[in-house]
Design a protein around this ligand. Structure first.
Ligand code: ADP
Length: 324
C-alpha cells in the first residue's frame, strides 16, 4: 500500500505486510520512518492512497466498522480518563465497545488482574505512574476481547522497570492467543518481544524476518582475545594457530596491541577448538570475549550510522524527560 498525505508527503511507499494469526509482529524503524502512518492505516484512521488493507478478513475501506469492532488500538497518546478510576475507565470502555452488560463486571475483574491494577482499581488514575497508565490504557483496548491489538510505540517515555512490566503484560495477552502488532523505535523491545519483525525506513520495508534471522543475515560473531604475554612472537604463533584452524570459518583476523580480533560466522561453536589450538601453540589467553550480532548491527547496516545515533538520542532524551 501507499499512503500520501495531502501536502504530498509520501509517508508509506509500497509497504506489503502479511501478519499471521497469533503472531507477535514488530514494526521497527527510526523516527519519521512511517510507523505511525502505517498503524493508523491499519486501524482505519487513514486509508491507503493506493492498495488495500484487510484486517481479520475485512477491507478497511469498504468495511471500516467491522474492522474497528474486531481490533484493539492503543495510540501513542493515552485514551484513559484521568478523573476516573481504572474500574470506571474499564466500564466506559465496555460501553464504547458494546460488551454485553452481563459480561462486563467479570471482564473488568479479569483485566484488572491481568494488568496488576487490582490494588488501585478504585483510585483516580491521575496519580498513576506512566507505566500504570499505559497498563490501564492497554486493558481498555482489550475489553471486547479483540483477536488483534495494535500498539503504537507503547513504551516510549517509560522507565526501564515500567517497560519490563508492560512487556510482560504484552507477552501474556499474546500467549492467550491475541495477535499483536507493535511499532517501536527500541531495538531491544523488538528483539525481546517479536516473533517476526519488519524494518521500515523512509516509508519502505527494507527487511522482514525473525530477530534471529535478521541478526545472522547481517552480522558475524566476533572474538576478541587478549594474550597472557603479548609479544611479537606469541602474537605470531597465535595468528598462525588461528589460520591453521579449519574448524573456524574466519572472515577477518586482525592483530591488536595485546591479542587478536577474529570475525567468524561460527566463532561461538568453534571456541573450544580455538582454545585447544592456541594452547597447543603455547600462547596462553588472558581474557576473551565473543560478541554475537545484535539488532543494532542490523540497524547500522540497514539504515546507516546516522539513524542509529538519532534513535539513541531519542531514546536518551525520552528517558531524561522522564527523570525530570
Ligand atoms: P514514525 O511513526 O515512524 O515516526 P510517521 O508515520 O509519524 O513516522 O511519519 C512519516 C512521515 O510522514 C514523516 O516524514 C512525517 O513528517 C510525515 N507525516 C506524518 N504525519 C503527517 C501529516 N499529517 N501530514 C503530512 N506529513 C505527515
Amino acid at each position: 500500500m501507499h499512503v500520501t498525505y495531502e501536502d504530498g508527503t509520501e509517508a508509506v511507499q509500497g509497504v506489503s505486510l502479511d501478519v499471521k494469526e497469533g503472531e507477535f509482529f514488530g514494526f521497527l524503524g527510526p523516527n519519521g520512518a512511517g510507523k505511525t502512518t502505517t498503524i493508523k492505516t491499519l486501524v482505519t484512521l487513514l486509508y491507503p492512497t493506493q492498495g488495500a488493507v484487510h484486517i481479520n478478513g475485512y477491507d478497511t475501506k469498504t468495511d471500516p466498522q467491522a474492522v474497528r469492532e474486531s481490533i484493539g488500538y492503543m495510540a501513542q497518546e493515552t485514551s484513559i480518563d484521568f478523573e476516573l478510576t481504572p474500574r470506571e475507565n474499564l466500564r466506559v470502555a465496555c460501553r464504547i465497545y458494546g460488551v454485553p452488560k452481563a459480561q462486563r463486571e467479570e471482564r473488568i475483574e479479569e483485566l484488572l488482574d491481568l494488568v496488576d491494577l487490582q490494588d488501585v482499581a478504585d483510585k483516580r488514575a491521575e496519580t498513576f505512574s506512566g507505566g500504570m497508565q499505559k497498563r490501564l490504557d492497554t486493558a481498555t483496548v482489550l475489553v471486547h476481547r479483540p483477536p488483534v491489538v495494535f500498539l503504537d510505540e507503547p513504551t516510549t517515555g517509560l522507565d526501564p522497570e515500567a517497560r519490563l512490566r508492560v512487556w510482560n503484560y504484552f507477552e501474556k495477552i499474546n500467549e492467550q492467543g491475541t495477535t499483536v502488532f507493535l511499532t517501536t523505535q527500541y531495538l531491544e523491545e523488538a528483539n525481546e518481544l517479536c516473533d517476526r519483525l519488519a524494518i521500515l525506513q523512509d516509508g519502505q520495508i527494507t527487511h522482514t524476518g525473525t530477530p534471529a534471522a535478521l541478526k545472522s543475515a547481517v552480522g558475524t560473531e566476533t572474538v576478541t582475545l587478549s594474550l597472557d604475554k603479548p609479544t611479537d612472537e606469541t602474537q605470531r604463533r597465535a595468528l598462525e594457530a588461528v589460520r591453521r584452524l579449519n574448524a573456524l570459518d574466519a572472515a577477518r583476523i586482525e592483530t591488536t596491541a595485546d591479542g587478536l580480533v577474529i570475525d567468524a560466522d561460527n566463532a561461538r561453536a568453534a571456541t573450544s577448538d580455538l582454545f585447544t589450538e592456541l594452547a597447543a601453540a603455547d600462547t596462553a589467553v588472558d581474557d576473551f570475549e565473543i560478541r554475537s550480532p545484535t539488532l543494532d548491527d542490523v540497524f547500522l547496516t540497514v539504515t546507516g550510522d546516522d539513524a542509529v545515533d538519532e534513535q539513541r538520542e531519542t531514546a536518551e532524551s525520552t528517558s531524561s524527560e522522564v527523570a525530570q
